[in-house]
Unconditional design. Structure first.
Length: 507
């Protein structure tokens, strides 16, 4: 207070509590990929990280869903009794097969990943649009989007589902780059999909391929999930022949004509087939006629109904990274970042694409090289659950668990931001005491919330700052202030052992 210079009463408020450290956000993923549009009014959002909080906002700035088109695999000539269909993306073998022949421009996953994110409890996120649905999916585009996040420190998770439409080698390159990016920034984690993750473990060895291609850098900053998910993001009412390529539509119309030619009501049915094949610009009423024909043929032609169901299943087969990001966000909100995002259900999912046994999960969870892949399993009465909580560095005693790594990131970034205010302050015991007090109060609150292990704060953490403890005379003389923070983080109860004894009645 200034020195009083006139008679009177003067009031000076005394601060009772030290400054507090604010916990940084922990559940803000960045989705990198391709969108229908990218605009904020007249401003282009191409390769510009943009924060939003709802699907409505996304559609306003980035448009809607892509129309994924499929073609037929090997099929018989007569479809009259056909109940199942082999569908494949153009230029690939049967859907789900890993032939390393995925072509660019095959499928755009960002929109569906975002839908799964919001369906599972997601909130704020960043969208990095690197191109439109008219562009081929390339490694260079996705790498450019990743590089943009260097200046976005509040993005705490990275999801790049569109890597699954690259070749396996290019997908692995982007995933390695993502892990390296997260390790360099030390402020985010990568949620990774397994390439060809709809394939069974014995079909094309997707897990072995993933582990051999993921590299060795930044493994504790990433977590992978298997298998892919059969979802119901795209509803049956939205499935039409628009999801077939032009060649496939031609084949379908031929088979429909073959079928209706044998029917007594052939003239009427032929009109439906004709209307179904109308080009969009052929006449103003074409959309309405196609829609009416579509519904009529579903009711009359058995294989047409089966085909629409097969198309719905194919479109809804999605990599899990978007859903997992939502699970992370939901767990952080309901329990805290220290709670492992596992043992919880995944919404908008029918089933995992591959059913896993206990033996399968053991191999995924405890490989010799430590590159754990978290399983997704279906349990009767419980739904589809995330059944793994490990990072890719499963052999590390410190950071083998996702929750531990993410809690450390939260502690480090929260304390780092708070200590910015002490830059250029005198490097004296008064400053050291203020620093220690702020960190102590922050960690006490975290201990009370359940993030730290210990019956008392002394058992849960320690903060050391001062001459002769964390700093030398040279440090002080050179303007260096060092703080040593030790924490006892909680870890998930991954293995629960039960012992039973049967009481025998005495004779």
């Amino acid at each position: 207070m200034a020195q009083p210079k006139t008679p009177g009463v003067f009031i000076q408020e005394v601060t009772s509590f030290p400054n507090s450290i604010v916990e940084v956000e922990t559940a803000v993923p960045a989705f990198i990929g391709y969108t229908e549009i990218a605009a904020d009014g007249a401003r282009s959002l191409h390769r510009t990280p943009f924060r939003l909080s709802s699907l409505t906002e996304y559609k306003a700035h980035f448009g809607g869903a892509p129309v994924t088109q499929f073609e037929f695999g090997p099929m018989p000539d007569d479809w009259s009794a056909q109940t199942s269909f082999v569908l494949q993306e153009p230029g690939t073998s049967a859907l789900g097969a890993d032939t390393d022949s995925h072509v660019a421009h095959a499928r755009y996953y960002l929109y569906y990943a975002l839908r799964l994110f919001f369906a599972n409890g997601g909130g704020p996120c960043y969208i990095v649009s690197v191109g439109s649905y008219d562009n081929a999916i390339t490694k260079d585009d996705l790498q450019a989007g990743l590089d943009l996040l260097t200046e976005q420190p509040d993005a705490t998770m990275i999801v790049i589902a569109d890597t699954m439409s690259l070749s396996r080698q290019d997908a692995e390159a982007i995933q390695r780059a993502t892990l390296s990016h997260c390790a360099d920034l030390a402020s985010c984690v990568a949620i990774l999909d397994v390439f060809a993750g709809s394939s069974g473990l014995s079909e094309n060895d997707p897990i072995g391929n993933f582990r051999s291609g993921i590299g060795l850098v930044g493994l504790d900053y990433g977590a992978a999930y298997y298998p892919w998910l059969a979802t119901f993001i795209v509803e049956f009412e939205d499935i039409t022949i628009a999801f077939l390529t032009a060649n496939a539509r031609g084949t379908l119309l031929d088979r429909l004509n073959d079928f209706v030619a044998k029917r007594p009501d052939a003239p009427t049915l032929k009109n439906f087939v004709r209307d179904l094949g109308l080009a969009p610009a052929s006449q103003p009423a074409a959309p309405a006629l196609r829609q009416a024909a579509h519904h009529a043929l579903q009711a009359i032609v058995p294989f047409y109904q089966s085909l629409m169901l097969a198309l719905q299943s194919a479109v809804n087969l999605l990599p899990p990274s978007g859903a997992i990001a939502g699970v992370y966000a939901r767990t952080d909100f309901t329990r805290g970042v220290f709670k492992a995002p596992a043992g919880v259900d995944i919404s908008s999912v029918v089933k995992p694409a591959v059913a896993l046994s206990d033996a399968d999960v053991q191999d995924l969870n405890l490989p010799l090289d430590g590159k754990a892949v978290n399983a997704i399993r279906a349990f009767p009465g419980r739904g589809v659950l995330v059944w793994g909580a490990r990072t890719l560095n499963g052999n590390s005693e410190d950071t083998r668990y996702v929750s531990v790594r993410r809690t450390l990131i939260m502690f480090e970034q929260s304390i780092k931001q708070a200590l910015q205010s002490f830059a250029l302050e005198p490097n004296t015991p008064a400053t050291w005491s203020a620093v220690a007090s702020e960190i102590d109060n922050f960690l006490i609150n975290q201990w009370k919330a359940g993030a730290l292990f210990g019956a008392t704060p002394v058992q849960a953490f320690s903060v050391t700052v001062g001459l002769g403890t964390s700093m030398s005379h040279d440090d002080v003389a050179n303007g260096v202030l060092k703080v040593i923070v030790s924490v006892a983080l909680v870890r998930p109860a991954e293995f629960i052992s039960l012992s039973f004894e049967q009481m025998v009645q005495p004779p």
